[in-house]
Design a protein around this ligand. Structure first.
Ligand code: AFP
Length: 314
């Protein structure tokens, strides 16, 4: 059975990315164990703090963030991590001359924790722009999706899956508890261009901007797609990749720039969706073309099968 080592033979950067993606795998195993035992350790519930976006942090958000940062440090190849849970870039001083930066949403969908629903981790890897002799800067993270070298997500569901790409298609690996390895279970994932579901928080429909309600109605009329929505982007993206259809989070009267974060959610998931043969759009431009202006920027997101996305964004 092939393991994460498969990545080493893929594309120009596979071998270089391997140790960092192995680090993501170790973090995933630790976070999965943390989630499984959380109720027994009093680790569920709010931490009493807010992240930079003013959202209540769960204890598990903070613990997962710490685990991820430590595993990135332990690779020896990462100079800094930008996390959705941290206001500023976290420097890894011991390896400040390393080439790579990682952007992460350590525990995406954390509002599902109280109901034992699926959650995930989303990451992308980019090369620093500053010289290796300098301190990495926030400006290093402000790179478009065209410059992403690798990206992926971990889904903590009935099994723990790591789905990733180093620019040569998308592979899915499932953690096998008997061998303690991520084993290749979903090689060369491509999104079906027919069928599937639309996935959206439709309770916001009356507040959507840009006539997205009408566009979605058109898609429903034309395709008869059914609807599924978990409220954790990783779970909704994973189903969309496997079954087809689209996932969307339009701008609305409350979230006028959309809700999802460009660097931690839209770009990594957009990169994967395009690698899997689908489309990723903001309603204005392709997600991968957006030039980030700040670490915690938000954008509207439309990800999925090409025709379905087209119907929503044209
Ligand atoms: P949380 O981590 O705060 O639960 O947010 C998750 C998320 O960013 C993304 O994973 C979901 O797709 C989206 O928010 C769900 O948002 P709504 O609850 O507004 O539908």
């Amino acid at each position: 059975m092939e393991t994460l080592n498969r990545i080493a033979s893929q594309g120009e950067h596979g071998a270089t990315m391997m140790p960092i993606i192995q680090g993501v795998g170790r973090a995933a195993v630790e976070i999965a164990a943390l989630l499984r035992g959380a109720v027994f350790r009093g680790a569920l519930g709010a931490a009493g703090s807010e992240n930079v976006q003013g959202e209540t942090q769960q204890k598990l958000d903070i613990l997962s963030d710490e685990i991820f940062l430590e595993e990135m440090r332990s690779t020896g190849f990462v100079c800094a991590v930008g996390s959705e849970e941290q206001e500023d870039l976290c420097l890894i001083k011991e390896y400040s001359s390393a080439d790579w930066l990682v952007l992460v949403d350590p525990l995406d969908g954390s509002s599902n924790l109280d109901v034992d629903g699926p959650v995930g981790t989303i990451f992308s890897i980019i090369k620093r722009k500053t010289a290796n002799s300098e301190t990495p800067l926030e400006s290093d993270t402000l790179q478009s999706g065209r410059e992403v070298i690798a990206a992926g997500y971990v889904l903590y569901g009935p099994s723990t899956m790591l789905v990733c790409s180093v620019g040569e298609g998308v592979d899915g690996f499932t953690f096998n508890p008997s061998t303690a390895r991520f084993e290749l279970s979903h090689p060369a994932m491509t999104i079906p261009q027919q069928g599937g579901y639309y996935s959206v928080n439709e309770s916001n429909a009356d507040k959507w901007l840009d006539n997205k309600g009408e566009a979605l109605q058109k898609l429903k009329d034309e395709t008869g797609l059914g609807m599924r929505y978990v409220g954790a982007m990783v779970a909704d993206m994973h189903r969309t990749l496997l079954k087809g259809g689209l996932f969307l989070y339009p701008a609305d009267e409350v979230n006028t720039n959309g809700k999802l974060r460009l660097l931690y959610e839209a770009i990594p998931m957009g990169y994967l969706m395009v690698q899997a043969g689908g489309s990723a759009h903001t309603g204005i431009e392709e997600v991968l073309d957006v030039q980030p202006k700040s670490l915690h920027q938000r954008v509207p997101v439309y990800l999925g099968a090409n025709k379905a996305v087209d119907t929503l964004v044209r």
